[in-house]
Design a binder for this molecule. Structure first.
Ligand code: GTP
Ligand code: MG
Length: 291
C-alpha cells in the first residue's frame, strides 16, 4: 500500500520551540513526557537537543495503557542509551508512581540548593520545564503534581496554548508548555504511530490509511483476538488486506449509513478511539524499532 506522508508542524509549534529555547537559561530540570505506547516515536529530537546540559527526567506517561513487561523494556532502553538522568514510568490518570516522581524532583532540587548554598546563596529557586509532543498528558501530570486543576487538560492534541508558570511550592516552579512536534518525520512509522496514538489531530490525517496500518500492526503482533472480541469478527474476516478488516468491523457492528451502505468512516473512528482509550488491550506500537 502506498503510504501518504504525515506531517504536522503548524506555526504555533515553531513559536513554542523558540519560546522554550529562550526560557532554557532559567531552567534546571527538563521533564520530558513521552507516551508509553510509543516511547520512541513520541520523543521529539528538538527537545533532546535543547535539554542537553540540563538535568533530564523522562516520564513514560500513560503507563496504564501498556503491559508491565513492555514498560520495563523501555525503561531499560532509555537508561542504557543514557537518554536521561532519571526515567520513570507513570500514569497521570491513575496516579501510579507519582510519589516516586516527587522524590526524584526533590532530589534534583536539593542537589542544586546544596551546591548554590555552598557558594553563599541563601534563596535558591529550582525551575522545571514540562515538555513533550501534543496530547501525552503534560497538563494532566502537572495538575497531579500541583494537586489541583491549574493546567487545562483536553482529549485532543494542541490543547495547551502559550506558556504557563506554575508554583509548586516554596522554591520550586514549573513551566507548562504546549505540545510540539518537529518539521519532518524521518521514518514513516513515526508519523503513523503518532497519528494512531492521538498526537496529531484527526482532521488533517488520512484516517483510513492510519486505521489500515494500525490493523496491520495488530495482526503482525498476533492480536487478532482482541479485535474479534471487541467487534464480533470471525476468523474469515481476516482473509485479505487489512482494509477489509475495517469493512468487516462496520459489517459485524452494523455500522450503516444512508442506503444501508457500510459506514467505513464510523468504523475507522471507532477503532482509533477504542485503541486510544485502552479498549483494544494494553499494548504499544514501537516494538518493531528494537525487537
Ligand atoms: N489513559 C491515560 N490517559 C491520560 C494519561 N495522562 C493524560 N491522559 C489523557 O490524555 C489526554 C491529553 O492530556 P493533556 O494533559 O491535555 O495532554 P497535553 O500533553 O497537555 O496536551 P497538549 O496541551 O495538547 O500538548 C487527556 O484526555 C487526558 O485525560 C494517563 O496517564 N493515562
Ligand atoms: Mg497541555
Amino acid at each position: 500500500m502506498a503510504m501518504t506522508k504525515i506531517n504536522w508542524y503548524p506555526g504555533h509549534m515553531k513559536k513554542t520551540k523558540d519560546m522554550m529555547k529562550e526560557n532554557m537559561p532559567l531552567i534546571d530540570i527538563v521533564l520530558e513526557v513521552v507516551d508509553a505506547r510509543i516511547p520512541i516515536s513520541s520523543r521529539n529530537p528538538d527537545i533532546k537537543i535543547f535539554s542537553k546540559n540540563k538535568k533530564r527526567i523522562i516520564v513514560i506517561n500513560k503507563s496504564d495503557l501498556v503491559d508491565k513487561k513492555e514498560l520495563a523494556i523501555w525503561k531499560k532502553y532509555f537508561l542504557e542509551n543514557n537518554d536521561a538522568d532519571e526515567v520513570l514510568e507513570l500514569s497521570a490518570e491513575t496516579g501510579f508512581n507519582m510519589k516516586k516522581l516527587f522524590t526524584i524532583i526533590d532530589k534534583v532540587a536539593s542537589e542544586k540548593r546544596e551546591r548554590l548554598m555552598k557558594k553563599g546563596l541563601r534563596k535558591v529557586n529550582t525551575r522545571l520545564m514540562v515538555c513533550g509532543i501534543p496530547n501525552v498528558g503534560k497538563s494532566k501530570l502537572i495538575n497531579k503534581i500541583v494537586g489541583k486543576n491549574t493546567a487545562g487538560v483536553g482529549n485532543k492534541p494542541g490543547y495547551t496554548k502559550g506558556k504557563q508558570w506554575i508554583r509548586i511550592k516554596e522554591g520550586l516552579e514549573l513551566l507548562d508548555t504546549p505540545g510540539i512536534l518537529w518539521p519532518k518525520f524521518e521514518d514513516d512509522r513515526v508519523g503513523y504511530n503518532l497519528a494512531i496514538s492521538g498526537a496529531i489531530k484527526d482532521e488533517i490525517l488520512p484516517v483510513e490509511d492510519v486505521a489500515c496500518i494500525f490493523i496491520g500492526k495488530m495482526i503482525s503482533y498476533g492480536l487478532e483476538d482482541n479485535l474479534k472480541k471487541k467487534y464480533k469478527l470471525l476468523d474469515e474476516d481476516f482473509e485479505g488486506v487489512p482494509g477489509n478488516v475495517i469493512e468487516k468491523i462496520a459489517l459485524r457492528m452494523k455500522m450503516l449509513q444512508k442506503g444501508d451502505k457500510l459506514n467505513i468512516h464510523q468504523a475507522t473512528h471507532t477503532l482509533l478511539r477504542d485503541y486510544r482509550s485502552g479498549k483494544l488491550g494494553r499494548f504499544g506500537l514501537d516494538r518493531d524499532f528494537i525487537l
